[in-house]
Write a protein that binds this ligand. Structure first.
Ligand SMILES: NC(=O)c1ccc[n+]([C@@H]2O[C@H](COP(=O)([O-])OP(=O)(O)OC[C@H]3O[C@@H](n4cnc5c(N)ncnc54)[C@H](O)[C@@H]3O)[C@@H](O)[C@H]2O)c1
Length: 429
C-alpha cells in the first residue's frame, strides 16, 4: 500500500520504518527540513535502539522516502498516518495546532481517496472538528480512523514489531478491514471499536499507569513515616495478579512526553465535558512534588545546598533514550541551581539534548567517574544500566563527601552505609 506518515518524531519515524519493513511504500513527511535532509541520508533524528539500521534498510530497498512537500507525499497515497506532536499548551489543555495544520495541508493537497488515521494522542472526538476542515476544503473522498500508539521510548522499535495490543477505531467496516490488513504481520491482541473509544483508551491507559506510579510514591512517603520498606510493600502488592508488579517503582517520579501531558490533557477534557476528575490532579500533584521531597530530605542532613558540588547521574527522562521532555532532572537541576549548588552531570546518551535545556548552567562530564570526582553529593536520577551496579569503593574514593541520593531506589541503604555513604532514598529502611 502507499502510505504517508506525517511527522517523523518518535512515533512517526518508528512507524514509517516498520511499515516500510513490511513492504509498504512509505513517504515520511516533516515540516522540519533539517530533519528530512538527515533522514534522506539514513540518519535518525532520535536515539532509539535498532532504528537507524531499519531506516537504512528501508532507504536501500526504496520503500522509504522523505520529503517536506505535502503534494509529493500525498500524490498517490491510500493511507495517511498523522503522527505530529500534541504537546501541552500553557493552559494545560492539549495543544492541537500541529494536528490542525496537518489537516489543512491534507485538505489542500489530497488527490486520492484516502483513509486518514490519527496516531497522535488527541482529545477523543476531535476528528469531528477535523472533518469540518476537510469538508470545507476538499472534494476528494476520505474517511477518519484512529490507531493510538503505545510504543515506549527506548524500546520503540521492538514495541512496534511486538505490540501487546492494536486498537483500531473506525466508522466503517471497510476502514476496519484496511487497518486489520496493514497490521496483519504483527502479534498482539486486536480491539476494534469506534474512533472516540479508541482515543479514550489511549488517555485512560496512560492515566492509569501514571496513577500507579504516584500511588507507589505516596505509599513510599507513608513508609518513610512509619518505618516500612516500600520495595517489599510494592513487591507484596504486585504479587496480586489483579494489581501486577509493573509501574510500582517509587522514586523521583515520571516524566517524558506522554504521561505528564496526557493526565493533564484528560483532566482538562473531563472538566470541559462536565466531570471533575480530581484523582488526576492529585496524581500530577504527587509527581510534581517528588523532587522537592528528596531535596528536603537531603537538606535535613547537609543544612543547605549553597556552594555544594553535586553530581547528577542520568539526565534523560528514562534509560535508553535521549529524550529530556518533562524529565524530572529539569526541576531537580533548576531547584538545586536556585539553592546555590554547583552541578556536574553525566548521561550516557542525552548530553546533547541536555545542553539545549540547561546551556552552560551546569558542567557536562564525559563519563560517570569524571562526573563524580570531588563531589559532595551524588544524585542518581535515571536508572540507566551502567548506574545499577557501580563500583561503590571507587565512587566513595572519588567523592569528597558521602551523601548518596538514590532517586530511583536502585541501591540497598544497608550496603551503602557499609561503604561509608549516607543514604537518601524514599521508603527504605
Ligand atoms: N513519544 C512517545 O513515546 C509516544 C508514545 C505514544 C504516543 N505518542 C503520541 O504521538 C504523537 C507524536 O509524538 P512524538 O513523541 O513522536 O512527537 P515528536 O515531537 O517527537 O515529533 C513530532 C514531529 O511532527 C512534526 N510536525 C509538526 N507539525 C507537522 C505538520 N503539520 N506536518 C508534518 N510534520 C509535523 C515535528 O516537526 C516533529 O518532527 C503525540 O501525540 C504523542 O502524544 C508519543
Amino acid at each position: 500500500m502507499n502510505i504517508t506518515v506525517l511527522g517523523t518524531g518518535y512515533v512517526g519515524i518508528v512507524s514509517a520504518a516498520v511499515l516500510a519493513d513490511f513492504g509498504h511504500n512509505i513517504w515520511g513527511l516533516d515540516i522540519d527540513p533539517k530533519r528530512v535532509e538527515n533522514l534522506k541520508k539514513g540518519k535518525s533524528p532520535i536515539y532509539e535502539p535498532g532504528l537507524e539500521e531499519l531506516l537504512q534498510k528501508g532507504l536501500e530497498n526504496q520503500k522509504l522516502q522523505f520529503t517536506t512537500d505535502y503534494g509529493q507525499a500525498l500524490e498517490k497515497t491510500d493511507i495517511i498516518f498523522i503522527c505530529v506532536g500534541t504537546p501541552q499548551a500553557e493552559s494545560g489543555e492539549v495543544e492541537l495546532k500541529y494536528v490542525y495544520s496537518a489537516i489543512e495541508q491534507i485538505a489542500k493537497n489530497l488527490q486520492n481517496p484516502s483513509l486518514i488515521v490519527l496516531k497522535s494522542t488527541v482529545p477523543p472526538g476531535i476528528h469531528l472538528k477535523l472533518k469540518e476542515i476537510m469538508d470545507q476544503n476538499t472534494k476528494v473522498s476520505y474517511e477518519f480512523a484512529s490507531t493510538p500508539e503505545f510504543l515506549r521510548e527506548g524500546t520503540a522499535v521492538s514495541d512496534t514489531f511486538n505490540p501487546d495490543r492494536i486498537i483500531i477505531g473506525t466508522e466503517s467496516e471497510k476502514a476496519q478491514n484496511t487497518l486489520l490488513e496493514i497490521h496483519k504481520g504483527l502479534p498482539g491482541k486486536r480491539l476494534c471499536t469506534d474512533i472516540i473509544s479508541a482515543q479514550m483508551i489511549k488517555y485512560a491507559s496512560n492515566s492509569f499507569l501514571a496513577c500507579k506510579i504516584s500511588f507507589a510514591n505516596a505509599i513510599a512517603r507513608i513508609c518513610d513515616l512509619l518505618g516500612a520498606n516500600v520495595l517489599d510493600v510494592m513487591q507484596g502488592i504486585g504479587m496480586d495478579n489483579r494489581i501486577g508488579e509493573k509501574f510500582l517503582s517509587p522514586g523521583l517520579g515520571f516524566g517524558g512526553s506522554c504521561f505528564p501531558k496526557d493526565i493533564k490533557g484528560l483532566y482538562f477534557l473531563s472538566k470541559q465535558a462536565g466531570y471533575d476528575f480530581k484523582l488526576l490532579d492529585e496524581v500530577s500533584e504527587i509527581n510534581d512534588s517528588q523532587v522537592a521531597y528528596y531535596l528536603t530530605k537531603t537538606e535535613k542532613i547537609i543544612g543547605n545546598f549553597a556552594d555544594k558540588n553535586i553530581t547528577i547521574l542520568g539526565l534523560a527522562f528514562k534509560p535508553d533514550t535521549d529524550d529530556m521532555r518533562e524529565s524530572r532532572t529539569i526541576p531537580l537541576v533548576n531547584e538545586l541551581l536556585e539553592k546555590g549548588a554547583k552541578i556536574t552531570a553525566y548521561d550516557p546518551i542525552a548530553t546533547e539534548t541536555a545542553k539545549v535545556v540547561f546551556g552552560d548552567k551546569i558542567i557536562y562530564a564525559k563519563d560517570k567517574f569524571e562526573a563524580i570526582r570531588d563531589c559532595d553529593i551524588l544524585i542518581l536520577a535515571t536508572d540507566w544500566n551502567e548506574f545499577k551496579n557501580m563500583d561503590l569503593v571507587k565512587i566513595k574514593q572519588l567523592m569528597k563527601g558521602n551523601i548518596f541520593v538514590d532517586g530511583r531506589n536502585l541501591y540497598n541503604p544497608k550496603d551503602l552505609k557499609q561503604f561509608g555513604f549516607v543514604y537518601v532514598g524514599i521508603g527504605r529502611i
